[in-house]
Design a protein around this ligand. Structure first.
Ligand SMILES: C[S@@+](CC[C@H](N)C(=O)[O-])C[C@H]1O[C@@H](n2cnc3c(N)ncnc32)[C@H](O)[C@@H]1O
Length: 341
């Protein structure tokens, strides 16, 4: 781990939570149980040993032991260039030039793990994006930048409130997977044109609204970050939404492909891969986050739902009633109390 990462004391007071708070937590018993599932690596290892596993450890030490050319899709959500605490460790903001060196120090070692037709998504904010582009240009073909609206947090008094993040889409070659049909978006229709017979022109009418199923752009405004009322929520400070990761996996991988995430956090990539019938390998340095990943993977065995993804399309925020109606289930499915879907 980078020398700027400093050890801090474990912080474990029992939090008081609202009655409808669905945040996933771990009991001591669960930690003891899930720890047994985790893989720790200190020597070279084959694909069959790591597939569908959570590896607990420092990616900088583990990467050299991983097999070559096993990854179809790599999702990288590293600490951004911000001072941030991740459970027992913290990341400290640094000069952009130093952040670029830090990114390069591990990214260059991951190229060996990728298949020749692999895709890579690298997440960052506006501050990290310059460094990300410089490093990605060295190893990949940069295909696009997705910007997603991250609507949370207070406004800034002397600056524009930061409400967006970037995901850089890169490939190893011109031969890569992109399933655009799998990531269509249901958007509310503002100008509901009708044809000569008075029928909706390329949109559908429901009791709750008018929607058009469209191809996605590189600006995503339909994402809600995990919130206490959502069953996927944990106390991880920068957990990615399952809906966001689902878009990346559906577009850039096929069933049974191997998806690799070297900064796994609480396992969003692995959980979504499992729900979408992909294989996964994830690495995370914090043991408790690894255990939360295992708990989420256990839940995913019987609950494959991804909030906001219904009937093979992605829905706008706050469209739960319309999704229920499409499902023919006007009384809901037990998720009625879910806010910000
Ligand atoms: C931005 S978070 C990833 C969140 C994740 N996408 C999710 O949805 O839960 C980055 C994670 O990288 C982990 N991390 C930081 N340095 C690491 C290292 N050297 N090796 C492995 N994991 C590391 C942190 O503990 C943190 O959980």
């Amino acid at each position: 781990m980078d020398s700027r990462k400093i050890k801090t004391q474990s912080f474990k007071p029992e939090k008081k939570r609202a009655p409808y708070n669905r945040t996933l937590t771990l009991s001591k018993k669960e930690i003891a149980l899930y720890k047994l599932n985790l893989l720790r690596i200190c020597k070279p290892i084959g694909v069959s040993d790591i597939i569908n596993k959570t590896i607990c450890g420092d990616i900088l030490k583990i990467v050299e032991h991983l097999p070559s050319a096993f990854v179809d899709l790599m999702i990288i959500d590293p600490p951004y260039n911000l001072s941030k605490r991740f459970n027992q460790t913290s990341f400290r903001a640094m000069d952009s030039s130093k952040y670029e060196i830090w990114l390069d120090s591990w990214l260059k070692k991951m190229i060996r793990l990728l298949k020749s037709n692999a895709s890579v998504y690298l997440c960052g904010d506006w501050r990290s994006s310059g460094s990300i582009v410089n490093v990605c240009n060295k190893y990949f073909k940069i295909k696009n930048r997705v910007t997603w609206e991250r609507e949370k947090g207070r406004g800034a008094l002397s600056n524009w409130k930061n409400c967006s993040e970037d995901i850089w889409f890169c490939t190893m070659s011109e031969n890569y997977t992109f399933n655009v049909e799998a990531v269509k978006v249901n958007r509310k229709v503002l100008a509901p044109y009708k044809d000569d017979k008075g029928k909706p022109k390329d949109w559908q009418e429901s009791q709750n609204g008018k929607y058009r199923t469209t191809y996605p752009s590189n600006i995503w405004t339909d994402i809600t970050i995990p919130f206490w009322s959502m069953p996927e929520n944990t106390d991880h400070p920068t957990q990615k939404p399952e809906k966001l990761i689902a878009k990346l996996l559906l577009a850039s991988s096929k069933a049974n492909d191997i998806v690799f995430d070297p900064f796994l956090g609480v396992g969003t990539t692995s959980v979504v891969a499992k729900k979408l019938d992909r294989n996964y390998v994830g690495i995370e340095v914090d043991e408790e986050y690894c255990c939360l990943t295992e708990k989420r993977l256990e839940i995913a065995k019987f609950d494959r739902k991804i909030q906001g993804y219904e009937d093979g399309v992605f829905w706008e925020r706050n469209s739960l009633n319309d999704q229920n109606e499409k499902r023919g289930n006007k009384r809901g499915n037990g998720l009625q109390g879910t806010l910000f879907k």
